[in-house]
Write a protein that binds this ligand. Structure first.
Ligand SMILES: NC(=O)CC[C@H](N)C(=O)O
Length: 381
C-alpha cells in the first residue's frame, strides 16, 4: 500500500521493493513499544525499530551527525547502549561489511530521536532497522534524546536497559574484561612494506590497519594478551601500536605488561584511545572514569605549546588523569580540559585519546601516523 505522505520516487526505489513481501512502510506497521530504563529508575518509552529483546549496559551518547555504521561496529562500544543525539538516524542506510569497523554490531542497544526507514544512498544494502534485527540488537525511537543526554550530562554516566515485556537486571560492562571478548584470537598479517608494525588488537577498528596499509606498512595484528617478546613470537617488528578497545583500561593487564616491556626495550610505541590509556598505565600514569564520555566527530583537541586546535573523532568514557613521569601533555580537550594525548620528553613513546584513523570523522590528525612512522624509521633525528 502506498503512503501518499512519502515521495513516489522513494516508494519505487529498489531498496523499498526489497524490504519484504508487504512493501509496507514503517509508519504503517503495528508499532511495538519498549522502554529505556536508567539505573535510577528514570524511564523513556520508545517505539522499537530493532530486535525485540531486552538488553542491559551503560548508556552513552554520541553527538556526531553521521557515522552510525562505523560507530555500531566499533568494538569500543561493546557493552554500551548508544544514544545518537543527531535527530535523524537511518537515512543513508547501511553499507556492506567492507565499510564497517568490525564484522558485527558491538553496541548493546541503540536509542535515536527519529528513525528513518527509507534509506537512500548508493552504497546502502539494507535499512538500519533490518540490520539491527538481523544482529539481534534492540533499538528505540524515544523522540527526546536531548532530555536523555542532558540527564546523563547532569547526573553522570549511568547503567540502563532496554526492556519490552520481560524485565532483566542492570549490568555494568566495565566490571568485565571486554577487551578479551572482542580481541582477535589469531596473529594476522596485512599489507606489504619495509616497515612492520605490530598492532595489539584490543578490539581494533579496521581503519587503523587500512590507514597503515595505505602508507605501505606491513601490519601484524596480535591478540591483546600475546607476548611479543616470547621466543615463540616468530616475526620481527619495528614499532608497536596499541589499538582502541572497550571498557576499563585497567582490565587489559596483559597488554599493559607488553607495553611496559616494549618501552623498557626502547621500541617506538604509540597508543590510540584505549591504547593511550594502556600506554599511560604502563608508563606509571593513572586513568579515571569521566563524568560522561566524549563520543563524536567534533571533539576539539588543543595541541599544547601551539595555538592549534584539531577537530577529532572520539569515543571514550575513561581518561588519563595522572601523567607518567617524563611525559608531557600533548593534547588537551578544549571542552573540559581533560587529557587527549601524552608524549615522552625524549623517547619515541606517545599516545592520543582521539582517533587519527577517523572513520567516521575528520582526517586532520592522520599525520600522527606519519609522526609515528618517522620515529619507527629513525627519520626524525
Ligand atoms: N575507543 C576506545 O578505545 C575507548 C577506550 C575506553 N574503553 C574508554 O571508554 O575510555
Amino acid at each position: 500500500m502506498h503512503n501518499t505522505n512519502i515521495s513516489g520516487n522513494l516508494l519505487e526505489s529498489p531498496q523499498l521493493e526489497e524490504r519484504g513481501a508487504s512493501n509496507q512502510s514503517w509508519q504503517e506497521e503495528t508499532p511495538v513499544y519498549g522502554a529505556l530504563v536508567l539505573e535510577d529508575g528514570t524511564c523513556f518509552e520508545g517505539r522499537s525499530f530493532g530486535y525485540q529483546g531486552a538488553s542491559a549496559g551503560e548508556v552513552v551518547f554520541c553527538t556526531g551527525m553521521v557515522g552510525y555504521p562505523e560507530a555500531l561496529t566499533d568494538a569500543s562500544f561493546a557493552g554500551q547502549i548508544l544514544t545518537m543525539t543527531f535527530p535523524l538516524m537511518g537515512n543513508y542506510g547501511v553499507p556492506d561489511e567492507s565499510l564497517w569497523e568490525d564484522n558485527k554490531i558491538h553496541v548493546s542497544g541503540l536509542i535515536v530521536s527519529n528513525y528513518v526507514d527509507t534509506p537512500s544512498h548508493p552504497q546502502s544494502k539494507m535499512s538500519l532497522g533490518e540490520w539491527l534485527r538481523s544482529e539481534k540488537v534492540p533499538a528505540l525511537e524515544i523522540k527526546d534524546t536531548r532530555l536523555l543526554t542532558q540527564y546523563i550530562r547532569t547526573h553522570g554516566a549511568m547503567l540502563g536497559k532496554i526492556v519490552f515485556d520481560e524485565d532483566i537486571p542492570f549490568h555494568d560492562p566495565n566490571t568485565e574484561n571486554l577487551v578479551a571478548q572482542v580481541s582477535g584470537t589469531e596473529v594476522q598479517r596485512y599489507g606489504e612494506g619495509e616497515t612492520t608494525i605490530a598492532l595489539i588488537d584490543c578490539g581494533a577498528k579496521r581503519n587503523i590497519v587500512r590507514s597503515l596499509v595505505a602508507k605501505h606498512i606491513r601490519v601484524i595484528t596480535v591478540p591483546w594478551d600475546y607476548d611479543l617478546f616470547s621466543p615463540e613470537c616468530d616475526f620481527d617488528f619495528d614499532g608497536i601500536l596499541i589499538s582502541n578497545g572497550p571498557g576499563n583500561p585497567k582490565m587489559a593487564d596483559k597488554a599493559v605488561a607488553t607495553v611496559r616491556e616494549s618501552m623498557k626495550r626502547g621500541i617506538p610505541t604509540m597508543g590510540i584511545c584505549l591504547g593511550h590509556q594502556i600506554l599511560s598505565l604502563a608508563a606509571g600514569g593513572d586513568t579515571y572514569k569521566l563524568k560522561f564520555g566524549h563520543r563524536s566527530q567534533n571533539q576539539p583537541a588543543l595541541m599544547q605549546g601551539s595555538k592549534r586546535c584539531y577537530i577529532t573523532t572520539q569515543n571514550h568514557g575513561f581518561a588519563v588523569g595522572t601523567l607518567p613521569q617524563d611525559f608531557d601533555a600533548w593534547f588537551i580537550n578544549a571542552n573540559d580540559g581533560s587529557n587527549e594525548g601524552i608524549r615522552h620528553r625524549s623517547l619515541p613513546f606517545f599516545s592520543v585519546q582521539f582517533h587519527p584513523e577517523a572513520a567516521p570523522g575528520p582526517e586532520d590528525t592522520d599525520w600522527i601516523f606519519d609522526y609515528f612512522l618517522e620515529r619507527v624509521r629513525g627519520e626524525h633525528e
